[in-house]
Design a protein around this ligand. Sequence first.
Ligand code: 26W
Length: 858
Amino acid sequence: MDVRTKPREIGRKSLDVEALKRSFVEWLVYSVGKDLRSATRRDWFATAALAVRDRVVDRWMDTTRAVYAQDAKRVYYLSMEFLVGRLLTNSLANLGIMDACRVAADGIGVRLDDVIEVEPDPALGNGGLGRLAACFLDSMATHHLPGFGYGIRYEYGLFEQRFEHGWQVEYPDNWLRFGNPWEFPRPEVLYPIQFYGRVEEVRDGSGRKSYRWADTEKVFAMAFDTPVVGFGGQTINTLRLWSARATSDFNFGHFNEGDYLKAVEQKVLSENLSRVLYPNDATEVGRELRFKQEYFFTSASIQDVLRRYGQYHSSFDQLPEKAAIQLNDTHPAIGIAELMRLLVDQHGLEWEHAWDITTRTFSYTNHTLLPEALEAWPVRLVERVLPRHMQIIYEVNARFLQRAKRSTGDLARIQRLSLIDEHGDRRVRMGNMAFLGSHKVNGVSALHTDLMKQTVFADLHQEFPDRIVNKTNGITPRRWLHQANPPLARLISSRIGQSWITDLELLADLKPKADDETFQEEFRRAKRQNKKRLAAYIARHVQVDVNVDSLFDVQVKRIHEYKRQLLNLLQTVALYNDIRDNPTKEWVPVTKIFAGKAAPSYQMAKLIIKLINDVATVINQDPVVRGALKVVMLPNYNVTQAEVIMPAADLSEQISTAGMEASGTGNMKLALNGALTIGTLDGANVEIREHVGADNIFIFGLTADEVRELRQGGAFHPREVIATNPRLKRALDMIASGVFSPDDPQRFRPIVESLYNTDHFLVTADFEEYCNTHAAAVELYRDRTGWTRRAILNTASVGWFSADRTVKEYASEIWGVTPVLPGSAEPAEAAPPLPDASREGGSRGDAPKDGGDLEAAE
Ligand code: 26W
């Protein structure tokens, strides 16, 4: 008789209250090593996380086994950033055990809400791009798509922002200090990553030329896996983050002190690769370490993809049928050259064959058109750090340009198509690289996709007219409504049931209730409850007392000139003056709420933060406007803070210069939670208007076409615009003369001067229309019924902006993947190992046999 127990037969951990209680106590005592008396809130967090994690693991293994068993096509989402947010609430909500857990915790004298609050928010991203990656992971798991996230396990996430005398000051985000209960270290999943060295040409017996990358510096990438819990807990996918490890801890050959310390120093240096996230979200940094980070995680991920594929396949022919690799912006675009290198140099494939496999495997998402954000690495840097990749890039380019020259003699066009920018110091255009190496390239909103075709990729689009497609962004309704907004989630479910959580367009069933008085009343009550929560948060963090019945006017996002926090602030100052001029009028009370970080080297953005804080100080202390206007700037905007803000907003500020915000996703979160949008026709605002209807959104300002014409025409003179607008002029004069900075009247000169002289982002051009539109919105707020009706219609109309819809579009139109339901299929047969030419002498010998995928059990 077989006495071994198969994993599948071991009982799953129970989800009931008693079992949870037992689990808590066991974890606390035996793993955390504390008793009930001495346990701190952090101990309880670790305990709860580990107990919940147990409930995830069984299902995680089922998912992994099912995907292996069917040898299903997998999606690999390569992203420098994953802004996942806290995971305890997310796991509890998605597993459906929030209440059971609360009761179990109560039963042993612990308040679950206190425990939830001590979890650090993993800030492994800057903003939109990183949060989108996290929403996609949630949607893929929820809809049973075999999706893997690959990224970097930064030891330090995005800096913590504090205000000191109103200035942004950055502090390190040491998020791993107390350990991370969610991750599974996989010390056996280790890949060598090479840098520098030189390329040797070698010829085999038959005279065939090949290339050897020699004398390299090596570092290892070690995997850490975090389970991604889909809603309902059926499918659990994997987020695999790479951490740098020195290849040998100590060189035992050297025992004298100098060499010993040198060896340790070397170890620290090589492990710097995964030390810290670069805090720039729209300016290319051009630093060698950043480039090495990009290659580091991309190479490890691709090696891992090939290792997994190789277990079941004996040639690479089917790779594009088994793996889709999505490049989240150009940060992992070097992966195209890396896959070519592995296929050609290590596995001996012919160039054309390898290129065909590569382009059918990769696809690329563009997230920004800002010229300063487009990656272009100096050829000299690429040549030095990755010499073989530089050769491959040249070869790709030569073949492509040869083809292009057949259809055009236009030299300027050839130059624009080239992977190499020859102006000034020569650079590799990573956008062009990503485009050429992919079968599909997508924009993140309809407008952005059109602009891609007209601007950065105009020439490439002509060459490959079917390659660019649109995939408008979306957000996960689990985190951004079900989890963050319990009052509204409950109200919705009481009327239309719970299916909206995984099928958000069902919210449309609420539309008939927009005029229903009882529903309106309950909708308002939910909003008020959320506003109270935010008011308490504001009081706790910035000691400002805000009126819960005022209009909560919210602009939360990275601080950037193109996002135009300045436009909002100038209108705030103008409104302040209006109120002071006419203090007895019955003003609709307004609370302006800002939050967002500035890149540490972005001086103008930091000065804007200081200005917001200084304006807030003056306005909030002025007895004349008390009750009518308050200004709040919350420090350290992150996912956790957003979860408090989004549900409490009445008005959503989406006021970027048209043509500059690729999509925006905060706009979707706010509308879903019943805020009305005031915004320009930019990014996804355009589509939000189509969905909610022009009557339920406040649109103003220049269109993208008008912005282009105005800038090109040379007829825009901000000084003249300011001269003709007394409210604007007065606001600027006040800022310029030190009304908000009596201690340093000159402080805000750079801001005022840039508006007078260039105003690149057309703040002055849109000011008047913005003010009028804002006034109309505030006026509408007096009409409680009219406002609530529109708020309900917003929630009911934005179901299309679910990341579930987005991810399903990618799945069918780009990735070619279909859902895999954890069940019992027969395992696919393992293939003989891939022919491994191992031309690089032994580097593949380091690759793990067991990829830590939990599949080995079966
Ligand atoms: C190399 C420096 C750098 C780093 C990050 C340049 C650019 C980036 C990102 C592409 C910036 C980003 O997060 N873009 C945002 O992506 C969101 C998701 O698609 C969009 O909703 C936002 O509009 C876009 O700004």
